[in-house]
Design a binder for this molecule. Structure first.
Ligand SMILES: *Cc1c(COP(=O)(O)O)cnc(C)c1O
Length: 359
């Protein structure tokens, strides 16, 4: 794919963030973005790396009314030897196309999407933070842009990629989170769109998340939509429960997002000698495990935090504390190993890390 690259003059460049330890998440964006347009009959055209700026769309554009929108999330890491590293980006590309198919949006050739991500990250490499735990978040997005109020798949789309340098998730060390087990609202149903990354899933989750936060919880732990019984996932993370030497995670039923971190942890855990199980796990089994002391640790997994230890679950007006609200050894081991692989600090026996250039 030919990508037109816009060079910005010195004056057009934004000042770089001053303190990489104050970056937070998703507020600062780099100088340029990748954009590409689609029109029915013409396919994808006009691939370019251009100045980061506002878009202008007709108010009737499909995306504003019927949410035909998908996205991805991955990170670029500054490696120990000055390498620019991506973690399993081909998995994000495949998932983006699966999301596109589910919402009747056009797919993008895998090698083209990968090329767009890599060229943009390399072009914007001065923005990749180097402080411990920091990274550059990559957000590919596709929106339906046809100006038409009828409910139908749009005939025009914009695909774009923006980059955001992000701070360390655990600045003050690993902090176990408190989860609210939601037994009224649901996130997604089997047969719906819970297994793809589309904005509507998040819009639907906001009220429950907001209420849980008002009550002092970090996030909502979702149960299945039919029986309000089986664990689904949490916020933007998949869920793992540790029973001694065994990791249990909910099976991918169709309403759960198939996380790349989830898949990586399953593979890594087996490699490290843990047993793993993907199966339905009920909230009753979890609570019984906590009460009897057989459930020893719990954590969420996702690109942003990698692993987020869970300190307690609040369910039906009772608080259930896990491992004394401490980070357990299995969580710690998996986190350290995975992060070391992502930053190129240890051998990557799986071929997950992709070096795309030098800083
Ligand atoms: C993105 C996402 C995840 C985590 O996926 P990763 O590929 O591990 O980042 C989990 N749940 C939901 C709802 C998500 O959107």
């Amino acid at each position: 794919m030919k990508i037109l690259v816009e060079n910005l003059s010195e004056e057009e460049l934004k000042p770089l963030y001053e303190d990489p330890n104050q970056l937070g998440f998703g507020r600062i964006f780099t100088d340029r973005m990748f954009t590409m347009r689609y029109k029915k009959g013409m396919g994808w055209t006009d691939a370019r790396i251009e100045k980061y700026k506002n878009f202008s769309f007709d108010p009737s554009s499909c995306v504003y009314h019927y949410s035909q929108e998908i996205f991805e999330g991955l990170k670029a890491y500054a490696g120990a030897e000055g390498q620019i590293l991506l973690f399993r980006p081909e998995q994000n590309v495949k998932r983006m196309n699966r999301s596109a198919e589910r919402l009747v949006m056009p797919t993008i050739p895998e090698e083209d999407m990968l090329q767009a991500i890599e060229e943009l990250v390399v072009a914007e490499k001065r923005w990749i933070p180097k402080a411990p735990g920091t990274s550059m978040y990559i957000r590919p997005t596709m929106v339906a842009t046809e100006p038409f109020l009828g409910v139908h798949p749009s005939s025009e789309y914009l695909f774009y990629i923006i980059l955001s340098p992000v701070g360390a998730y655990y600045k003050e060390g690993f902090q176990p989170v408190k989860l609210y087990v939601e037994d009224t609202y649901v996130r997604a149903v089997v047969g719906g769109v819970g297994d793809i990354k589309t904005g509507g899933n998040y819009a639907a989750s906001l009220l429950a998340g907001y209420k849980a936060q008002q009550m002092g919880f970090s996030q909502v732990l979702w149960l299945d939509a039919c029986q309000h019984k089986y664990i689904e996932e949490v916020g933007s993370m998949n869920m793992f429960f540790v029973f001694g030497n065994k990791l249990v995670t909910p099976a991918l039923t169709g309403s759960i997002l198939p996380g790349i971190t989830r898949a990586s942890i399953l593979q890594l855990a087996q490699h490290l000698g843990y047993e793993t199980e993907e199966r339905p796990i009920s909230i009753d089994e979890v609570i019984e495990g906590i009460n009897q002391g057989t459930l020893t640790e719990a954590f969420g997994s996702g690109t942003a935090a990698v692993i987020s230890p869970v300190g307690s679950l609040y369910f039906k007006e009772k608080d259930y504390v896990i491992n004394n609200n401490q980070v357990g050894p299995v969580t710690e081991k998996l986190y350290n190993t995975l992060v070391d692989i992502q930053y190129g600090r240890t051998v990557d026996p799986f071929g997950w890390v992709r070096e795309i250039g030098k800083l």
